[in-house]
Design a protein around this ligand. Structure first.
Ligand SMILES: NC(=O)c1ccc[n+]([C@@H]2O[C@H](COP(=O)([O-])OP(=O)(O)OC[C@H]3O[C@@H](n4cnc5c(N)ncnc54)[C@H](OP(=O)(O)O)[C@@H]3O)[C@@H](O)[C@H]2O)c1
Length: 268
């Protein structure tokens, strides 16, 4: 098992993509420190699933917006567990809406949770990660470098996080720590409900991906696990897109009339 004996912290690891990452790392041999914000029942249930795999699981409530809570969690990990091989910053926040009406609270919360938390976690956990020659992974979104209506709050903060990933990778290489990002297209989780029209997100994903489906949390978890292996040792400071090909480009056929589409289909 490629992560046997390792310990991984996954922020927002209780459900959605974070849970899939926690489960995959556990299946690959790692013990899991599972962080969540408010839903303790779901977090405990996820921890129980990890323990059922024969792994250890610790559950830490800490809001990634709260510097004191992050500090306390990092201290507990350092003092009580004393080992960390993988840090996955997956928890995120953002509101949907027009830039011109964006409230400062939402903007700052997105920056705090999506960007600053990764900085604080990396600063405070670097001593443990240095000991293990560890890995830092940030979960990003294709909205960091593509524009989607009403997505600016999240997209801009994810772009900042991707830049932080590169700077961390550059500086922390001297400590033997790798740092990368994984950038997702739409993935079927509760986060899709943040969109005003979730059904349109589904249609967008299934139409734009040449695989004709929306992403699933398990589409991301294997990529994260791989990036934390020795086989990925030469990959650092990179943002790996896992979006089913959505961002490859436009399909000219989208602009065909119904008649032209029928003719094109008859020819293929
Ligand atoms: N789903 C998508 O389409 C999509 C696309 C691109 C990128 N991503 C990225 O993938 C990551 C995971 O997204 P998801 O769709 O799996 O989200 P999700 O289903 O909404 O899950 C969010 C998780 O994060 C936790 N969380 C939320 N706010 C937190 C905070 N302030 N502090 C600590 N934990 C917090 C939640 O815990 P509680 O339940 O306790 O609140 C939960 O465990 C995010 O970084 C997101 O930006 C998602």
């Amino acid at each position: 098992m490629k992560h046997a004996g390792k310990i991984a912290l996954v922020t927002g690891g209780s459900r959605g993509i974070g849970k899939a990452i926690s489960m995959r790392l556990a299946q690959d041999g790692a013990d899991i420190i599972l962080n969540y914000k408010s839903d303790s029942k779901t977090a405990e249930e996820s921890a129980a699933e990890i323990r059922a795999l024969g792994r250890r699981a610790w559950v830490f409530q800490a809001d990634m917006k709260d510097d004191k809570a992050i500090r306390a969690m990092c201290k507990q990990i350092t003092d009580d567990i004393g080992q960390l091989d993988i840090l996955v910053h997956n928890a995120a926040f953002g509101t949907m809406g027009s830039i011109l009406r964006m409230g400062l609270f939402s903007w700052r919360a997105a920056m705090d949770i999506n960007v600053t938390a990764l900085l604080l976690l990396s600063q405070r956990l670097a001593p443990l990660l240095e000991k293990s020659g560890g890995h830092i992974i940030g979960l990003s979104s294709i909205g960091a470098d593509m524009t989607f209506s009403e997505y600016a709050c999240i997209g801009v903060s994810k772009a900042a996080m991707e830049s932080l990933v590169r700077y961390l990778a550059y500086e922390l290489a001297a400590k033997g720590i790798h740092c990368n990002g994984v950038s997702a297209g739409p993935v079927e989780t509760r986060a899709i409900d943040w969109f005003k029209w979730p059904d349109a997100v589904h249609r967008y994903a299934t139409t734009k991906s040449p695989w004709s489906r929306i992403g699933q949390p398990s589409d991301l978890s294997g990529v994260v696990s791989f990036l934390c292996t020795e086989d990925a040792d030469w990959i650092t400071g990179q943002i790996i897109r896992a979006d089913g090909g959505i961002s490859m480009g436009e399909d000219f056929n989208d602009w065909l009339t119904e008649e032209q589409k029928a003719e094109s289909a008859a020819r293929s």
